[in-house]
Design a protein around this ligand. Structure first.
Ligand SMILES: Nc1ncnc2c1ncn2[C@@H]1O[C@H](COP(=O)(O)OP(=O)(O)OP(=O)(O)O)[C@@H](O)[C@H]1O
Length: 89
């Protein structure tokens, strides 16, 4: 998904800043996914029992990933709107 996003950003007539934003947000999503994976592993290592704290930790980490993906999606919306409007994006 990130590779597709970066490839499309390179093909579309975006400014260097627009391309940098898309690539940087893609890397941020990967970083958030890595942190989420680490938190899931740490929680599972700590205990295999179900608990509210474990659920909170995993859900918060997962929400962090979702928020970075939303940020990347919003950046795409604004950049595409700029391309459609003919203004430099
Ligand atoms: N130890 C736990 N206690 C309470 N809720 C949990 C726990 N582990 C996971 N959950 C809940 O399940 C959701 C999915 O977690 P996760 O992706 O780790 O899968 P899982 O429930 O551990 O099952 P599986 O490992 O079989 O896929 C979490 O976002 C959280 O809401």
């Amino acid at each position: 998904m990130n590779a597709c996003s970066a490839a499309v950003a390179l093909v579309l007539p975006l400014s260097a800043e627009g391309r940098a934003l898309i690539v940087a947000l893609g890397v941020l999503v990967l970083a958030a996914e890595a942190l989420n994976t680490g938190i899931e592993a740490a929680v599972d290592h700590t205990s295999s029992e179900r608990s509210d704290l474990a659920r909170y930790a995993k859900d918060a980490a997962s929400a962090g990933v979702a928020l970075t993906a939303v940020a990347a999606g919003l950046a795409w919306v604004f950049l595409i709107a700029g391309v459609v409007a003919g203004s430099p994006a």
